[in-house]
Design a protein around this ligand. Structure first.
Ligand SMILES: [Zn+2]
Length: 303
């Protein structure tokens, strides 16, 4: 058994890769998801990409297929439940359906967990067995790698750091709760705050640029956001006791000012002994983390 296949299923594109025994990507294919056409068509398109990367390779050389899909989903049962960006996917048995279609063992997991596994095995978290991955973009997602495996919890929803509540009666989160970390520190939150305070439509990159060129109010806004994010990370540290936290996603491209602020907030945690500092590192694999992680799923993501 030499190869695995990873499928990164997104709302706009399907990216599928073939990984060899050295965990290198040797082939990749990308197609539009055409999500509006519904689950049957999308699964047929996924099947097409898998068959394409496996051309010339016999089934007995393939360990398995891993699919990273948008949540909510249950990695243990292989069911996908109504992801916002995949219309018509209501209780779809994705794992069973793709195993049947491809005639090969298929595993699924949510895209943030797949990315977490990729960063732990081949990215910024290499060498650690306890790592938390946090992705900060439009929303805030996360994944916990515990003893070298993805930690799923009882329903597969473990590690949803974006929906830990950090401020009672805080702003409304898309999930329905108030004061989730995502409502206070995501790219969407930065945009909302900029609109409220400056009356302008600015994304996180624009706010960061303004702060870097000396705009005090922009810097203040970001300092608040970094503080919330840091509090979110402290909570994660208390819960999972990682040695490394890897931060990715669009907002992480702010770079050094963000990571310095996070390190500082995390270091201010009085509960944690200074003898065991937690490193906060930028993600290494960028947008490829999802597909690389999907290809790693069959190798031992969960048991
Ligand atoms: Zn929430």
């Amino acid at each position: 058994l030499t190869y695995t296949v990873g499928v990164d299923l997104g709302g706009t594109k399907i990216a599928t890769v073939l990984m060899n025994e050295n965990r290198a990507i040797v082939k990749s294919v990308e197609v539009a998801t055409e999500a509006a056409k519904g689950p049957e068509i999308v699964m047929t398109r996924m099947q097409g990409t898998v068959e394409e990367v496996l051309q010339g390779i016999s089934a007995d050389e393939v360990t398995g297929i891993g699919i990273g899909a948008p949540g909510p989903l249950n990695a243990m049962t292989g069911m996908v439940y109504s992801p916002p960006n995949l219309p018509g996917w209501d209780k779809i048995p994705l794992q069973a359906e793709m195993t049947h279609r491809l005639g090969m063992q298929t595993v699924i997991d949510n895209d943030a967990n797949a990315a977490a596994l990729a960063e732990a095995m081949l990215g910024a978290g290499v060498g650690t067995s306890h790592m938390v991955y946090v992705t900060v973009s439009t929303g805030i997602g996360g994944g916990v790698v515990y003893d070298g495996r993805i930690f799923h919890g009882s329903t597969g929803a473990a590690g949803e750091i974006g929906h830990t509540i950090v401020k009672q009666d805080g702003p409304l989160c898309p999930c329905g709760n108030h004061g989730c970390l995502e409502a206070l520190a995501s790219g969407t939150a930065i945009r909302r705050l900029a609109k409220e305070r400056f009356g302008k439509d600015m994304d996180s990159r624009m706010v960061a640029e303004a702060a870097a060129t000396g705009d005090k109010r922009a810097k203040e806004l970001l300092d608040e956001v970094y503080r919330w994010l840091g509090i979110g990370l402290i909570n994660v540290i208390q819960m999972y006791d990682p040695s490394v936290i890897v931060v990715g996603g669009g907002v992480s491209r702010i770079g050094r000012p963000l990571f310095e602020a996070l390190e500082q907030v995390v270091a201010s945690n009085r509960f944690r002994s200074a003898d065991f500092p937690v490193r906060v590192l930028p993600a290494k694999l960028g947008t490829e983390a999802g597909m690389i992680g999907a290809a790693l799923l069959p190798i031992g993501a969960w048991s």
